[in-house]
Write a protein that binds this ligand. Sequence first.
Ligand SMILES: [Zn+2]
Length: 319
Amino acid sequence: MALITLAEILDCAEADGYAVGAFNVSDLNQAVAVLRAARAERSPVIVQVIAGMHPYDHEGWWWDRLRELVLSYPDVNAVLHLDHGRSFNDCARAIKHGFTGVMIDASRDIDTDNPATFDDNVALTRRVVSFAHERGVSVEGELGTIGGAEAGTNGIVEEIVFADPDQAAEFVAQTDVDALAIAVGTSHGSVKFTTSEQSRRLRIELIAKIRARIPGTHLVLHGSSSIPAESVRTINCFGGSLTESYGIGIEQKQQGIASGIRKINQGTDSHLAWTAALRETLGRDTVTVEPSTAIGASVRAMSNAVSLRMREFGSAGRI
Ligand SMILES: [Zn+2]
């Protein structure tokens, strides 16, 4: 069976002590890049989307085609996951379209974008869990505020509110989530930290403390792309204007895995690889208009970036 639940894929990771990469895709070509890497690396994979981020006319149509694409790789154990669902309705829609995991990000108020109260976060998350579990779908919740440009939100979250081990235990007891995104010093988006010192501030000891309190719940790292300098350089060489910044280094992520992280979101790194290849191909060949060469270069670059993460996270060679 190619399509499995988030709980199933992370249970296997927990048993063997590795993490599964979760890669955001915005169209079918990006999904091919991710699934191709999973097949080549014999790695389990989480293919995830954010509601509203796609170029198609109808989101339901896109989600259905994406599910068909995942199912066309029967040799790959994959989860089709909604990243940063902001409402009950987002999650219910994804479940209706056959997703096997959903994240309900109730850590911030959907209207004001301010940090939500603990009780409000619990109430919405519990409602999604009840609906999802009745339908055999897993749920990821979020506790604390992960910094940076939180996906699907209006602006930059400057202040990181770290997850608290006592609250994490209480949150899991009250919601029964299968996985929990914890704020432990990471930051969303392509501009993370402006000094290399800041990029080494992942709070490994906090991960271990939280894990000790909720051993049956899988821990998730968000905002932990590495922001390869090479991709940023290529993008800026061919017309881009990204700010130089530092992401989360691979040693940090591997220490996180050793302390109990089982799902690592890598949306920005794969998008950087995609965009760098697209800009470079179009920048070097200024006369071709038929797009398959440029798109092909992007698919290959993203696939290679995903493959590298699968090896680094220890998920390669597991299926
Ligand atoms: Zn996130």
